[in-house]
Write a protein that binds this ligand. Structure first.
Ligand SMILES: [Zn+2]
Length: 573
């Protein structure tokens, strides 16, 4: 009897479903397009088509002009693409837009600057500041400076202003004597947890601070005003639209960032789909500061249609450069004492603390993004994800170790098995000023699998890209798409960095579209151009699939569309 009822019910359901299908087909004939794109090269998973119809932000028709013509009404906006290419909107899964905007106001010198250039630029900045006013800026690297940086070099041109300059990794700070005086840092000041104060032979601070050490100085710089924050964020998001970035993960937000997103939402100026990662540090490392917990509890006060603070950011280590702050499983190649306490870098958090935190956040439905550059940090992140899976089962949160400069092969396979995501960043998979520092510190053998994008993709794991702008100077995704394929300087030629980790163009494009949409839990909305998907699109002057790969970095975006709304036009910018 029971069995029969179930069958009868199933039959009734399928009859109802048939009825609904018929009704939908009838309704489809009456669909009216708000926008039609025509005469284009629209790249869909089934090949290129010429035209697209969009209704209330949704793609309702794809095909040749006649196929979408039936959706046209007197009110339909028709855009003639004049042969331009249309691709799915691009994603950047690790970016710091507000910081990038605020950096515009700082004392800036080009990456790779010599000491003379740094001093000359700083001298100019001093003239624009009153005595005693803070000067912040960047970005320096030890190799280009020529010798280890010290505060006397800055004192020479800036004796009366506190100065703090960030390096090209964003993990080290170079301060002058005035800044040390204001911060109260002397020979007697101990290293803070998770940080280092570099010292000379006499034990005096040199002016260089690593990781959490940098906060000792940076925390004395007066914060930007809420108005400056909003302006900076707006500038940076517009810049990203101009490159076709329609979705992003803001990789480190506090309440100041969340308030700025909230304000832009209110003004109708937040166009992209944004996930925000709230910075978290356990109280043991912050001296009991409740700041991070407060931000986590208040997060949904800032949630809007386009901004979702549903991610937590945890720093596990630093960077594999001269400061040796990335946590490695084996000692640095140039470690002064291979058996010493700092030979393998700096792991910032005990495993137990991390595993407990990740298990908790996973249970609360939050995705965790880790800063994990060294293979020991990635290993620790995966251990924590494993602990969370054991405690909570599959949660659908595809937690992502970020950067992954070095990852043991066994950990790539483990990451795949644990449904972790590898977020490969920053855009340094081609020769640039930070590379000599990394090579020197790590040695040639481990550089062969540096940022193992192909190993991760081949394992079947989810792999996404992140720019880490403004740690890197450009947020241009076209530059990254080309160099993921070539691993050479833009335009090709010269050295190939980590040749065995080169991937195909299709794999690179997937990283920037479908894969990232999966991580953001937006795959049912965006990532491909298909009927029923949202119209998040980028219109470009060339089709990356039809040109030499070494030309992709020259791609110019003509138009960016989000949810059927034209949010950027090159010709009116
Ligand atoms: Zn970052």
């Amino acid at each position: 009897m029971k069995q029969f009822r179930r069958h009868a019910l199933a039959a009734a359901v399928s009859i109802a479903a048939l009825g609904a299908t018929a009704a939908l087909t009838a309704a489809a004939a009456q669909d009216q397009a708000d926008m039609i794109l025509t005469n284009g090269d629209i790249v869909t998973p089934k090949g290129s088509v010429q035209a697209m119809a969009v209704e209330r932000g949704v793609i309702i028709g794809l095909g040749d002009a006649s196929a979408v013509d039936k959706y046209k009404t007197g009110k339909t906006k028709v855009i003639d693409l004049k042969g331009a290419t249309v691709l799915p909107g691009l994603h950047d899964m690790h970016v710091h837009p507000m910081g990038a905007g605020l950096a515009q106001l700082q004392c800036r010198f080009p990456q790779g600057s010599s000491l003379a250039t740094v001093q000359k630029t700083l001298a100019g900045c001093v003239k624009e500041h009153t005595k005693g006013e803070w000067i912040t800026g960047g970005q320096w690297d030890a190799t280009s400076i020529g010798s280890p940086p010290n505060r006397a070099m800055l004192d020479k041109v800036a004796p009366d202003n506190p100065v703090v300059l960030t390096d090209i990794s964003g993990h080290s700070a170079w301060a002058n004597s005035k800044a040390l005086e204001v911060a109260g840092v002397t020979a007697k000041t101990p290293n803070p947890p998770g940080g280092i104060i570099e010292r000379d032979a006499k034990g005096e601070p040199t002016g260089v601070f690593r990781e959490a050490g940098a906060n000792m100085v940076r925390s004395k710089v007066p914060p930007a005003t809420p108005e400056q924050n909003v302006k900076a964020l707006k500038w940076a998001l517009h810049k990203m639209l101009s490159y076709g970035i329609t979705s992003l993960t803001d990789a480190a937000v506090g309440e100041d960032n969340m308030a700025a997103y909230d304000e832009l939402s209110k003004e109708g100026e937040l166009k992209q789909r944004v996930v925000g990662c709230i910075m978290w540090r356990p109280s043991a490392l912050t001296g009991g500061s409740p700041m991070f917990e407060t931000a986590i509890q208040r997060r949904n006060l800032y949630k809007t249609a386009r901004f979702s603070p549903s991610c937590i950011k945890i720093f596990l280590d630093g960077v594999p450069t001269d400061g040796h702050t990335a946590a490695m499983l084996d000692p640095y190649a140039d470690a002064k004492n291979p058996k010493g306490p700092r030979a393998k870098g700096l792991l910032m958090m005990p495993q137990k603390v991390l595993s407990r935190a990740v298990t908790r956040f996973d249970k609360e439905g939050l995705t965790v993004k880790f800063h994990a550059a060294g293979d020991a940090a990635v290993h620790e992140a995966l251990n924590a994800i494993e602990a969370a899976r054991k405690a909570n089962g599959p949660s659908g949160n595809l937690h992502d170790p970020g950067h992954n400069s070095f990852v043991k092969m066994s950990d790539i396979k483990r990451g795949r098995a644990l449904a972790a995501t590898f977020e490969m960043s920053p855009y340094i998979w081609y020769p640039n000023p930070i590379i000599p520092d990394i090579k020197k510190a790590i040695g040639p053998e481990r550089m062969k699998r540096w940022i193992p994008v192909k190993d991760a993709i081949d394992s079947g794991a989810l792999v996404v890209p992140g720019s880490d702008w403004s740690v890197v100077p450009s947020v241009d995704p076209w530059l990254a798409i080309e160099t993921l394929v070539t691993r050479q300087k833009p335009g090709g030629g010269g050295e190939v960095l980590g040749a065995q980790e080169r991937i195909t163009l299709k794999q690179a494009m997937d990283m920037f579209t479908v894969n990232s949409a999966v991580l953001m839990k937006h795959r049912n909305l965006v990532g491909t151009i298909e009927p029923g998907m949202l119209a998040d699109l980028v219109v470009t002057d060339r089709d990356p699939y039809k040109i030499p790969v070494t030309d992709i970095h020259n791609t110019k975006v003509k138009m960016t569309i989000i949810n059927g709304e034209v949010v950027y036009r090159a010709d009116s910018d």
